[in-house]
Design a protein around this ligand. Structure first.
Ligand SMILES: [Zn+2]
Ligand SMILES: [Zn+2]
Ligand SMILES: [Zn+2]
Length: 148
């Protein structure tokens, strides 16, 4: 299906509203698909405001859906707002998140097995979720001397 339906803002019909919603979701998914930095819902909202206005609530709702199916991950917080990131890696991996420029790099560098056995040995703790984000500076930001 390649039919592109323009959302009808004038129509109050329920079906039109739902169609608008679907179009909005598609626009949001497209807007973040190529994003290699972490972003907030508000940033997505601002980016779409000119080309394809979408309500902030719809942005939040859509990001929640995308989180649910794993196509978007949480990537910490910035100024109290949840950061999201897209990632092409599947399977167990980690995210290197630059606190300065927001760059997100998927990495399969993993010491979870060692972590798991150490936690179990020392605390009797059974690790369930070991997917984790690492926060710091990306190579480029570190080369620029870190915090500005
Ligand atoms: Zn990832
Ligand atoms: Zn950086
Ligand atoms: Zn791991």
């Amino acid at each position: 299906m390649t039919v592109v339906r323009k959302p009808t803002v004038h129509s109050a019909a329920h079906s039109a509203v739902r169609r608008h919603d679907t179009a909005a979701r598609r626009a949001i998914a497209a807007a973040i698909a190529r994003e290699r930095r972490s972003f907030t819902a508000r940033e997505v909202y601002n980016r779409l405001r000119v080309s394809r206005p979408v309500g902030l609530t719809t942005v939040y709702r859509t990001l929640a859906l995308l989180l649910g199916d794993g196509s978007v991950r949480e990537a910490g917080r910035r100024h109290g707002e949840t950061l999201y990131a897209t990632c092409e890696l599947t399977g167990h991996h980690h995210h290197l998140i630059c606190e300065q420029c927001g760059a997100v790099v998927g990495s399969d560098v993993c010491h979870c097995e060692a972590l798991e056995s150490d936690l179990s040995a020392r605390h009797g703790f059974v690790l369930r979720a070991s997917e984790s984000n690492y926060y710091g500076l990306c190579a480029a930001c570190a080369a620029r001397g870190g915090a500005s």
